[in-house]
Design a protein around this ligand. Structure first.
Ligand code: SF4
Length: 617
């Protein structure tokens, strides 16, 4: 079946180019010539989906194969959804305009808990049964990967399997398995395939695990029900990132997308060890690409895309060991193409300011630093590893170099936080204004303070901590607001209700599936978008299903409690996480293991992968 969209429909929706495909460099294969067709999905709008680097990599790897094809599909915005439902148009892929339920696999990248309701909506629009138990042989396998797979439990009922960790190698193993099963005539039906993939390292098949609960609603046991299901599924990592495939022919959108530039990934992982940070655990260990590889990739990317901007992306780009040299080489090597190089965010030190000067594009957007907490005590709890002196040196250097506006990111609600720590955020913002006067002899600096609420995430040292209640988050926001009386300082908040729901799903279990269904049926969509977020729908869903959201968000756990994700591992030893939790409470720091001593997280030995840091060898 080939979907034909009438011009009338496209005329009635916002940004029709989200739905028309035909982009430069998109790959169209004849479905009759391949064994396996993937629909790669991101449960958010086109502009967000098209900016996801992981999906670009998978799209490239799958399409390199002769026996498989990958197409793209994103969540239709609510106007388009209404048109599709009114005209009976099923969700379709952008390359072939074939309905998603004609594909073999729909693979979701799970970046953010607040996109879960969009997954249900996309399955429904595809006429695919929401729950795995209701799917028949003719339905696609619904698979997931990305950060949320590290606690897949709240969405476990909707997914046939998950890919834990990096997908470069796993996707080929899974595709080989699917091709073989299909060529053999699909022996034993869906379960036959699931048993085969469950044997692949890093694949988690939720329906092969039985969960028992205690009377107090905590988990009593997670039991594999088939021999193929491993007691603990450990993530996959690419051992030599330098040799890993990286796409150079990017699909070029016809409308502005979130990251409308080349994203050059310098390295994976971060070893700074911030105790609240999930990415810091799930992407370990640090593995850099060699600078010469990156320069070659950049030249190829520019030639194949026509973009004139390269963003150097990683969890903490300024930590790339050869960054100065790389930027110089990129600027010289790409001078004839007039390509600019940009850095997405900066760590607090004067080295970063040198870098910002080296890449002039940063000047346009202002400088952003993330001290995360207002007092040194709090920064030590979270192992941020920066001091007020670092911040002063960095902003002073920036002010002397001509910047006058600084953006600062903070979190409130961090474990052990006191009102003094909250007021410390305001104090720090005031001190930045003082440092401007000292550095330039003038007034006129602008400080933008952006404050989010702490969300305890699975697989981190703070996974056992309670989140502040919504009313406590509001009280702290008011306290901070009353501490800032200078119009040179602007304050921006994250919505505490969103942070609360994020905390529920970040540490939730399988019982939340019915809440998700209920909320989606009552209109929950695009919950990460403030214009669509409806907290009342979610609270009604919790009430209707008899589930207490505070059990998940606002309860601290003992470290011996069995957690819903304990059978899913990022390779980091749980004893290390507990030790880090204890050190946080005792205000003890853990140094960066990349250049210092190994902190004993267990990931390098456990996964057989070593840190790759080219500038320091
Ligand atoms: S095992 Fe040691 S060196 Fe490797 S990431 Fe963990 S702390 Fe760092």
């Amino acid at each position: 079946m080939h979907i034909v969209l009438s011009p009338d429909i496209l005329n009635r929706v916002l940004k029709p180019a989200r739905y028309t495909g035909q982009e430069w460099n998109s790959i169209k294969k004849d479905p009759g010539t391949v064994d396996i067709a993937y629909a790669l999905a991101l449960p958010d709008v086109y502009e967000v989906g098209m900016s996801n680097l992981g999906l670009k990599i998978l799209y490239d790897i799958i399409n390199q194969r002769d026996d498989a094809a990958a197409e793209r599909v994103y969540a239709p915005w609510t106007d388009m959804e209404a048109e599709m439902r009114a005209h009976g148009i099923p969700l379709y892929a952008l390359e072939s305009f074939r309905p998603i339920n004609e594909f073999d696999v729909i693979g979701f990248s799970l970046q953010y808990e607040m996109s879960f309701s969009n997954i249900l909506n996309m399955l429904d629009l595809s006429n695919i049964p929401l729950k795995t138990v209701d799917r028949q042989l003719e339905h696609p396998f619904v698979i997931g990967g990305g950060p949320c797979a590290f606690n897949a439990e709240p969405v476990a009922d909707f997914f046939d399997f998950f890919v834990m960790g990096e997908g470069e190698e796993t996707i080929n193993d899974v595709t080989d398995c699917l091709v073989q099963w299909k060529r053999e005539g699909k022996p034993d039906g869906r379960i036959g395939l699931l048993r085969r993939v469950a044997s692949i390292e890093g694949i988690y098949v939720p329906q092969f695990y039985h969960i028992d609960y205690h009377d107090d609603k905590t988990i009593a046991a997670v039991t594999p029900t088939l021999p193929e299901a491993k007691p603990c599924v450990i993530k996959r990592v690419v051992e030599d990132l330098d040799k890993a495939p990286f796409p150079t022919k990017l699909v070029m959108p016809y409308l502005d997308i979130v990251h409308d530039r080349i994203m050059l990934e310098l390295f994976r992982g971060c070893t700074r060890g911030c105790r609240f940070c999930q990415a810091g655990t799930i992407y370990r260990p640090v593995r850099e690409r060699r600078p010469e590889t990156l320069v070659n990739l950049a030249k190829q990317l520019v030639a194949d895309s026509g973009y004139d901007e390269i963003s150097l992306v990683s969890l903490s780009t300024a930590d790339y060991s050869c960054l100065h040299g790389l930027i110089t080489e990129l600027q010289e090597g790409l001078r004839e193409y007039k390509v600019s190089v940009s850095l997405p965010s900066l760590r607090i030190d004067s080295f970063s300011v040198d870098l910002a000067q080296q890449v002039q594009t940063v000047r346009k957007s202002g400088l952003t630093f993330a001290p995360e907490a207002g007092t040194q005590r709090m920064r030590d709890v979270i192992n941020k590893g920066v001091t007020e002196e670092n911040l002063r040196d960095a902003v002073t250097a920036a002010f002397k170099a001509g910047w006058s506006s600084i953006k600062l990111y903070f979190m409130i609600g961090l474990p052990t936080e006191t009102d003094e720590d909250v007021r410390g955020i305001a104090d720090l913002a005031y001190r930045v204004l003082d440092w401007y006067r000292e550095a330039t002899g003038r007034r006129g600096a602008k400080v933008s303070v952006s404050v989010s609420s702490f969300v305890p995430k699975c697989q981190t040292p703070f996974q056992w901590m309670a989140q502040d209640s919504i009313s406590e988050m509001r009280r702290k926001q008011a306290l901070l607001k009353s501490s800032i009386r200078d119009r040179s300082i602007s304050l921006h908040w994250h919505d505490p209700e969103v942070s609360f729901l994020e905390a529920v799903f970040a540490r939730g279990d399988r019982r939340l599936a019915d809440v998700l269904i209920h909320a989606w049926q009552n209109g929950a969509r695009f919950d990460g978008w403030s214009e669509h977020f409806r907290f009342d729908i979610w609270m009604a869903a919790f009430a209707a299903t008899g589930i207490d959201p505070h059990f998940y968000a606002n309860r601290s756990r003992e470290t011996d409690e069995l957690l819903p994700w304990d059978h899913l591992s990022a390779g980091v030893d749980k004893r290390y996480l507990i030790a880090e939790y204890d050190k946080g409470v005792r205000l003890e720091l853990t140094p960066d293991c990349r250049r210092g001593d190994c902190g004993g997280c267990g990931v390098c030995d456990g996964l057989g992968v070593q840190i790759a840091d080219w500038g320091n060898r």
